[in-house]
Design a protein around this ligand. Sequence first.
Ligand code: UT7
Length: 335
Amino acid sequence: MTNSCHICGLGSYVPPKILTNRDLEKLVDTSDEWIMSRTGIRQRHILDSGVNASDAALVAARAALTDAGVSAGELTHIFVATCSPDYFCPSTACLVAGRLGLSARSEGHGAHVMCMDFNAACSGFLYGLELARSALSLRPDAVVLLIGAEALSRRIDFSDRSTCVLFGDGAGAVVLRGAGTGCLWRVRDSVCCADGSMHDLIVMGGGSAMEVKKGDALPDDFFLAMQGREVFRQAVRSMTAESLAMLERHGMQVSDIDLFIAHQANLRIIEAVGSRLGIAEDKVFINVQDYANTSAATLPLALDDARSQGRLKPGMKVLLATFGGGITWGAALLG
Ligand code: UT7
């Protein structure tokens, strides 16, 4: 695998509409105190009706392209990590490409771009980094746009207090290419893992296993369902183990890391992983309080947020860890 995979642009988007814990108190039997103490979440951003994951993805993508100084016509690959795509077909990646003006009907580069959605649930962004590394290994001049975009509010049952307080909508994007000017961080390594024997821990229906006929009412399993306690346990265990394995593989100590960014699902999970790793608290980035769990978007959103806050600078050594449905998990090392 090539070492020549670099993040050279970042962008993100969250919709303006905010749903606070107090708003949720009016919908279900919950409280700001319960949500804050169990999850650290204060608010989440929700897409308006008629605005979809692809719209959020497009705004994040444009910001990342501008940041990278790359024009849409230079892109060779668009990968969208999502478990809440606009459609099963066409892919969100194709929708984004179309709106970026990449068309066989246009002059020049036109449609020479590979567009694809993939679903690794909340682990999608790290799975996407691995895909980008693979693409660049096959084709060193590739210019890859990787987006994590979710419209999870469309698949949340807002009468189920055990899930509706946890998720939000948003998108984050990065542009990846080989070594060169303008590179912010080298993707030094990535590892992606899965254990399908635990597929039932997080389930969101709506696929072809759901045998619905026209006119049927929506079955309950259309909405996201989660075995929260077990997911919590597995998330802490696997993100800790894979982070330590990643450091060991590179002969690094935890103290060598400048910033640790874990999947933003629950403050208590992030703190538990941080304390098991023994990493200084000021090196652990947290923004789950503002966005809740945006699934595949959490890591690029956090990277962009960390940079805006001055916590993340080009060349810093960043350890990323994630966990999600499937179950899937992974870690990556930047810098
Ligand atoms: O991105 C995928 C990864 N997802 C995650 O990482 C989520 C992982 N899991 C979690 O974050 C936590 O398990 C939750 C936040 C989902 C739940 O926290 P918990 O401390 O594990 O609570 P619990 O599920 O054990 O529930 C404790 C109590 C229950 O009441 P009883 O049975 O003890 O009477 C729940 O019914 O809290 C109740 N509860 C609520 N109460 C008020 C559950 N949700 C709520 C709520 N408001 N929103």
